[in-house]
Design a protein around this ligand. Structure first.
Ligand SMILES: [Zn+2]
Length: 68
């Protein structure tokens, strides 16, 4: 996996070693936030965010969708 890049789901920023990024996994009833680990980042369905602000954007969208 040398050179594998992750991309922020909100802003599209690329980073091949995003140690301070955030990982989110969710389905329609549950959302889980992980601090960055390679295991969490590479898990099926994991979404990647460049920081707290962009993770929060997704959490807000998810909550709105889940409640509508
Ligand atoms: Zn971002």
């Amino acid at each position: 996996m040398i050179g594998h890049e992750y991309r922020c789901d909100i802003c599209g920023e690329d980073n091949d070693n995003p140690t301070r990024w955030i990982v989110i996994r969710c389905d329609s009833s549950q959302l889980t936030i992980y601090k960055w680990t390679k295991e969490a980042a590479d898990a099926p369905g994991a979404r990647h965010y460049c920081g707290e602000a962009h993770a929060q954007v997704y959490v807000s969208r998810w909550l709105e969708a889940a409640c509508s």
